[in-house]
Design a protein around this ligand. Structure first.
Ligand SMILES: Cc1ncc(COP(=O)(O)O)c(C=O)c1O
Length: 396
């Protein structure tokens, strides 16, 4: 799914999403402008919830995009929330999220973050041993706060290194491989202020090969066997994280939310049966795969520079400040040029952001009312294929 489900070209030849003409929206609100399609958010969210059924809980990872209205929509669809700051928590509470449906994550939570999470009644996902000390201070005598422990299963999914988080060399969580995970669970179980409701993992983002989740689940369940046998502890909840990839170009063909949940559920249920474990409640926390397919970023074209026989540069009023992914993760995405006041777009252009440096770059595709642009190759002859290093689009 490259564009939101309500995307169409209207009779004026303009792109439309959710019944709103994008040229009009850009005029009215200015650009850069992020536009989210409610129907797509609801469709993606409800697919997750339906696939999960009574097996567990789906949280929306608010870091993917958070606004009061957006969070209300995912809440209405039956999702809980994963938040990573007191600010996101505040937004979640104002948007009406149920307190016991909020999980507070993060590898560097401040005292203020933990105090806010405790006051809100959120489940705190402990990421490092220093949180044990802080929580000893924050949670009053005689009380216990619900926590999960973030475990690093040592799996490296097939994604960009910057968004791979489950391997040994990661700033996140307690590693199984190093023995830190077993030690942390044993410490947490003896902690007077904690109620250890479960274990959590998140192996990375923009993942297409679901086998990485099966692998991670197997490793997590092996840990659970050890915890059961040696500490008499079996988690009530088991978190498998988020990370399902999405299509940024027509060449991307990610699994669906249903396939994601069903694969993990199957790995959990069969893995527990094989090990004679009680099946814990499954928790998944997708972000990008709910917000991404629903979202578009609108920019306005400004300066245009022609280098005859080489390239046409088209500058837009945005850049890596509002679209960091191409720069950080060598991502590509599909762009389209909207006609301005009826003008025809030119034959071939590379779009640049407003920030310094050479990137991000877009090569934009034209909507149907605009003449199809020739592929660069047809103007310049064949060229050596390069790894995508920027926002780039094809003309197909
Ligand atoms: C702990 C955790 N959970 C969930 C997510 C959501 O991942 P995604 O947006 O790729 O689904 C992230 C993303 O960084 C994360 O760090």
């Amino acid at each position: 799914m490259l564009f939101p489900v309500t995307y169409r070209v209207n009779t004026a030849g303009h792109m439309e999403v959710g019944g709103c003409d994008l040229v009009e929206l850009a005029r009215r609100h200015g650009t850069p402008l992020y536009v989210y399609d409610e129907a797509t958010v609801r469709q993606r969210a409800s697919e997750y919830v339906a696939a999960m059924g009574s097996a567990g809980q789906v949280l929306y990872s608010a870091k993917a995009f958070a606004s009061p209205r957006f969070l209300r929509i995912v809440e209405e669809e039956g999702l809980g929330l994963d938040v990573v700051s007191a600010g996101e928590l505040n937004l979640a509470l104002k948007s009406g999220s149920k307190r016991d449906h909020i999980h507070f994550l993060g590898n560097n939570k401040s005292r203020e973050d933990l105090e806010a999470a405790y006051r809100a009644g959120a489940t705190i996902v402990i990421d490092g041993a220093y949180e044990f000390e802080l929580l000893r201070d924050i949670v009053p005598d005689g009380k216990r706060t619900p926590v999960m422990l973030r475990i690093s299963p040592g799996v490296k999914p097939d994604t960009h290194a910057h968004i791979s988080t489950g391997q040994l060399d990661s700033k996140f969580g307690f590693s199984i491989e190093s023995g830190a995970a077993f030690k942390a669970v044993s410490e947490a179980l003896q902690h007077p202020r904690l109620e250890v409701v479960g274990l959590h993992s998140h192996i990375g983002s923009q993942i297409f090969a679901l086998s990485a989740y099966e692998q991670a689940m197997d490793i997590m369940l092996d840990l659970v066997v050890r915890l059961r046998d040696e500490l008499k502890y079996e988690p009530r909840k088991l978190g498998a994280g988020g990370g399902l990839g999405i299509a940024y170009t027509r060449d991307d063909d990610p699994p669906t939310p249903r396939q994601f949940v069903e694969t993990i559920r199957h790995a959990l249920e069969t893995g527990c049966a094989r090990r004679h474990l009680k099946v814990p409640e499954l928790v998944v926390e997708p972000g990008r795969s709910i917000a991404g397919p629903a979202g578009m970023a609108l920019y306005t074209v400004g300066s245009i520079k022609d280098i005859p026989g080489v390239r046409r540069y088209v500058a837009v009023d945005g850049g890596m400040g509002d679209n960091i992914r191409p720069r950080c993760h060598r991502g590509s995405c599909r762009g389209r040029l909207l006609p301005r006041d009826g003008e025809q777009l030119q034959r071939h252009a590379a779009t640049r952001g407003a920030h310094g440096g050479r990137r991000p770059r877009h090569r934009d595709a034209a909507p149907r009312n605009v003449r199809r642009l020739d592929r660069r190759r047809s103007l310049l002859g064949p060229r050596r294929p390069r790894r995508p290093r920027s926002i780039s689009t094809s003309w197909r």
